[in-house]
Design a protein around this ligand. Structure first.
Ligand code: PMP
Length: 338
């Protein structure tokens, strides 16, 4: 029994990924973060950021939590905030999926959509959220805080203390590699730090989508990006505070053409309906498996549930518009007479 929804965050199962394992001769497992109450890995960051602010005495009952987010962190923060008696004001780039925006509104977040512009632009969603938090801190009767997931290391700490520890215990210490994409870097650096703390031989790998700058940073020392990706919630252009001091053992650049067929295969053949970032993660896990060779055990993150992207990733018209291949089954209608 759980005292509240907050206690239902974490302790997600590790699920064996059949095809990825069989193709590589490794055991590849996905941590089912879509099973969190807010249906993504970001519930953990939401919880740790709010608990950290409470411990520091920054949050008063009825206080406001402000955040700039691709959606999932906003959902995680709002689930926790509602359970603990706070409000959330969420700033989201208008390019993010309608389903995430709808979920935020349903959950009771006060949602502000802004045009998607690069981080260096003062009107970038992260910067807008920071300014708004400052304003609301002065005007709201119960005060306001900025969650600041990118540079608030309570995010990373949540993964050191929970995700990494869970993986370690669930595998009974038999884990050879961990792979993750990066949005804030909380997951990659946090799980990486936690697992290396348990066994310094565990190999940690970055799976970077096209359009992100970390692959070039960790392989050549320069932040540089090329191409683009339809994945959401990942693709970082700078070294956030959550990434600071961390370096992966291996880095892979994963094009959508490699990641999306994996997402489509998972839903058709393994009953796992997942978002695009998970495709990048599993593609990265397959690359690490090939790097390490058969017989190794590799863990990655199943970041969020696929229905969150029904209007994009699972929409033939959207895929076609982006020049991406559309799987046949997506357009077939059942041939059953009734
Ligand atoms: N996948 C999705 C769908 C996400 O929303 C996020 C978080 N932005 C991530 C992956 C990456 O997680 P992190 O912020 O811990 O790097």
């Amino acid at each position: 029994m759980k005292n509240s929804v907050v206690d239902a965050i974490g302790n997600t199962p590790l699920i064996r990924l059949k095809r990825a394992s069989e193709e590589t001769g490794c055991e590849i497992y996905g941590k089912a973060e879509f099973m969190n109450p807010g249906q993504s890995v970001k519930d953990r960051a939401g919880l740790f950021i709010i608990r950290d602010a409470e411990r520091r005495g920054l949050l008063r009952p009825g206080g406001v939590i402000v955040e700039g987010t691709a959606g999932n962190t906003g959902i995680g923060l709002t689930v926790v905030a509602k359970a603990l008696g706070y409000r959330t004001v969420i700033v989201i780039p208008d390019t993010q999926s309608q389903e995430k925006k709808d979920a935020l509104r349903v959950l009771g977040a006060e949602l502000i959509e802004v045009p998607a512009v690069p981080y260096k632009n003062p009107n970038n969603y992260v910067k807008v959220s920071g300014r708004l938090a400052e304003q609301l801190a002065a005007s709201e009767p119960n005060g306001a805080i900025w969650a600041n997931q990118f540079d608030n290391v309570a995010n990373r700490e949540g993964h050191v203390r929970t995700t990494a520890e869970e993986i370690w215990h669930q595998t009974e210490g038999r884990v050879d590699g961990f792979v993750s994409a990066v949005g804030t870097g909380g997951t990659l650096a946090g799980v990486g730090e936690g697992l290396r703390g348990r066994n310094r031989d565990v190999k940690i790998a970055l799976a970077d989508p096209m359009g992100a700058a970390l692959y070039s940073f960790y392989t050549e020392g320069v932040l540089q990006s090329e191409g683009s990706s339809i994945t959401e919630g990942i693709g970082q252009g700078r070294i956030t505070a959550n990434l600071d001091g961390f370096a992966p053992d291996f880095s892979y650049q994963i094009p959508d053409e490699e990641a999306l067929p994996i997402v489509f295969d998972m839903v058709q053949n393994e009953g796992l309906c997942l978002g695009g970032s998970t495709g990048v993660n599993i593609a990265g896990a397959i690359r690490l498996a090939r790097e390490l060779g058969p017989g190794h055990r590799i863990v990655t993150i199943l970041c969020d549930y696929g229905t969150r992207y029904q209007s994009k990733l699972f929409n033939p018209a959207f895929l076609r518009e982006k020049g991406l291949p559309v799987p046949d089954w997506m357009e077939e209608t059942p041939q059953i007479d009734v």
